[in-house]
Structures are given as structure tokens and as C-alpha cells.
Write a protein that binds this ligand. Structure first.
Ligand SMILES: Cc1cc2nc3c(=O)[nH]c(=O)nc-3n(C[C@H](O)[C@H](O)[C@H](O)COP(=O)(O)O)c2cc1C
Length: 331
């Protein structure tokens, strides 16, 4: 701690769960599975939050959800599983299932702006129904016996601060253990400058840790947001895609970008874990989303990027990726 303000490398607690530092991996739908979280942890993240999981899918024991989305690696702990939904009873049951799967914390999504989610009454739509939002938080705590956190937006539309008001009520009336605050209106999606001054007002107002999300594209932006917002921690989202090294930078373990062989080795690790997770066939397709983040960093030739996108064949993908680690031979 320097001058009363903790450093990003200092530990903190969420509902009694010790978090080793203040640099967290944000929930990322379709991405934040066990191995992406494990990767963030390996590179220094204090906590990784899962991609959002439907409380209904857990309640109705959807086989694929239970198998793929509740999978937790033993080296990930502490880990937070994020649930979404709009029915307190279903949330209670879903949270119990998440706890039984080994979650240390439950997070509830009250920020998702996607119409498919909002039209069910979940995600950012909960800002319009604070009583239901409070009931969901209480039910998740009840069902899981774990500390519950909520991730939410500042409002639905520009200028609206219903998320700010709800955040205070969640802390004071529903006993949530921390708030992850994304200070952009839901209708803005992921665009525009986040309101870190509003985040500071929230951090000063509530007793529980406020974690800032939004606009943290790199280590520099994350440090600035940490200072400007007065938050207890930062949550890296898009800035972590293909860049697990951002966690090393922010926790003081790295000063220079990783050399090519390290980037290649990291992508090969990702390919191996995806195969372990989904089997060769599904992994081959799933990985198409991951390749561009790494190939951009490696300045891979367009033909190679193209072939990776077209082929779902893992041995060929490994061959192509490995070739990027070899020194370029002048023609
Ligand atoms: C591809 C993608 C998936 C996301 N999925 C979730 C999610 O499942 N749950 C959630 O609360 N936020 C989700 N978010 C929002 C992020 O966690 C984060 O709040 C947002 O990207 C703002 O941070 P950034 O500007 O630093 O990227 C997602 C964002 C992206 C880009």
C-alpha cells in the first residue's frame, strides 16, 4: 500500500474469499471457459469469472451446460461462476448447482445488453426491475451458501443511472459481497468512454469492493481506470483476448512484450487445452475464434490466417502455428 491506496498487487477479499491481487479476468460469453480462466490465472490474474451460464440450463440440468460450462480446473481457485436469469427460484437452484460444481463465488449478470437476453427480463433488463434484481441476488446467496457478486451497467440508456442506484441497493439491502461496475449504458454496448467518475462515486458510497470494468484495453488503460475510478480492483475483458500477458504486466511480472516463441507456445497450449475440453472435432471449430487474436500479434501471413480459419484439422493447425515460431527465412 502506498499513500493509503492499495496497489494492484495487493490482496483483497470478496465476502471472506481472499483474492491474491486486484487484477481480474472479466466474464466473456463463449470464451471464459475453464482453460481461458486457467490461462489468466497462470499469468497472474487474482480471480477469473466464467462466461455467463443460464440459471435455467442448470436448473433443468442441460447436459452440455453441466459438462462444458461448469467444468472447473483444480488450479483455478478461487473462481467465480456467472449466472444469468430472471426467476429467483430458478436462480436459487442454479446457484446451488454452481456451488456443488466447486465455485467459490457466484456472480449474477445484470449487464448483458443482448436483446435475446434482455427480452427474457435478464441481464441489463433487471435495471428496470430493482425488486426482482434484489430477489435474484438473495436467492443466489441462499441457494449456494456462497458470497454473491453482481456485474451491472450504469444504466440502460445514456444519462440514466438506474444501475448506479441498483448497485447501492444490492450492497445495502441484498448483501452482495462485491459489485463489478461497467459504467456504460446498456444501449451503448461496448462503445464509448466509460464513466469512471460515476464508478468513484459508487466506490465511495458502498462498503463492499467495487470492481471497475470497461475500456481496459491494455495495462496502461487499466492502471489509469484504477486510479480515476477509485475502485478496489480492475476487470480485464477485451484487453485479455490473446493477451494473457496483460495480467503479468499489471502484477509487475513483465515489462516487455513476449517474444514470438512464447506467443507460439501459448497458442499451442490453448489448442491442446481446447482439444482436452471439447475433443478434436469441436475444438477445431471452436478455436477459429481464438486464432486471430494470436496471429495478429505474430503478424502471420494472410494465407496462413486464412487456412487456420478454414481448416478444423488440429494437427494441421499445430503445424501452421509452430511454423510461426521459426525464424523467417529471407527469400
Ligand atoms: C465477447 C464478449 C463477451 C462478453 N460476455 C460477457 C458475459 O458473459 N457476462 C458479462 O457480465 N459481461 C460480458 N461481457 C462484457 C465484459 O465483461 C466487459 O464488461 C466489457 O467488455 C467492457 O470491458 P472492455 O471495454 O475492457 O472490453 C462480454 C464482452 C465481450 C466483448
Amino acid at each position: 500500500m502506498i499513500g493509503g491506496r492499495p496497489q494492484l498487487t495487493d490482496p483483497f477479499e470478496i465476502g471472506g474469499v481472499r483474492i491474491a491481487n486486484r487484477v481480474l479476468l472479466a466474464p466473456l460469453a463463449g470464451i471464459g471457459n475453464w482453460f481461458v480462466r486457467l490461462q489468466a490465472k497462470r499469468h497472474g490474474a487474482g480471480l477469473a469469472v466464467s462466461e455467463m451460464v443460464s440459471s435455467f440450463a442448470l436448473h433443468y440440468r442441460n447436459e452440455r451446460t453441466l459438462r462444458d460450462l461448469l467444468r472447473i480446473h483444480p488450479d483455478e481457485h478461487p473462481v467465480s461462476l456467472q449466472l444469468f436469469g430472471h426467476d429467483p427460484e430458478v436462480m436459487r437452484s442454479g446457484a446451488a448447482t454452481a456451488a456443488a460444481a466447486g465455485a467459490d463465488l457466484i456472480d449474477i449478470n445484470m449487464g448483458c445488453p443482448v436483446p435475446k437476453v434482455r427480452k427474457t427480463g435478464a441481464g441489463a433488463q433487471l435495471l428496470r426491475d430493482p425488486e426482482l434484481a434484489l430477489a435474484l441476488a438473495r436467492a443466489a446467496a441462499d441457494g449456494s451458501g456462497l458470497p454473491v457478486t453482481v456485474k451491472l451497467r450504469s444504466g440502460v440508456e445514456a444519462g440514466d443511472t438506474s444501475g448506479f442506484d441498483l448497485a447501492i441497493r444490492l450492497a445495502e439491502e441484498a448483501g452482495v459481497a462485491a459489485l463489478a461496475f461497467h459504467p456504460r449504458a446498456a444501449t451503448k454496448g461496448h462503445k464509448g468512454q466509460p464513466d469512471y467518475a460515476l464508478t468513484r462515486r459508487l466506490a465511495e458510497r458502498v462498503e463492499v469492493p467495487v470492481i471497475v470494468s470497461g475500456g481496459l484495453a491494455d495495462a496502461e488503460a487499466a492502471r489509469r481506470a484504477y486510479e480515476e475510478s477509485g475502485a478496489a480492483a480492475v476487470m480485464i475483458a477485451r484487453g485479455s483476448l490473446g493477451n494473457p500477458w496483460v495480467f503479468e504486466e499489471l502484477t509487475g511480472r513483465r515489462r516487455v512484450p513476449p517474444p514470438r516463441p512464447e506467443v507460439v507456445a501459448e497458442l499451442l497450449w490453448v489448442i491442446d487445452r481446447a482439444e482436452e475440453h471439447l475433443g478434436a472435432e469441436r475444438a477445431g471449430r471452436y478455436l477459429r475464434k481464438f486464432y486471430p487474436w494470436y496471429t495478429a500479434r505474430l503478424e502471420a501471413p494472410p494465407e496462413l490466417v486464412d487456412e487456420l480459419q478454414r481448416s478444423a484439422d488440429l494437427p494441421r493447425a499445430r503445424e501452421l502455428v509452430a511454423s510461426l515460431g521459426r525464424p523467417l527465412v529471407a527469400a
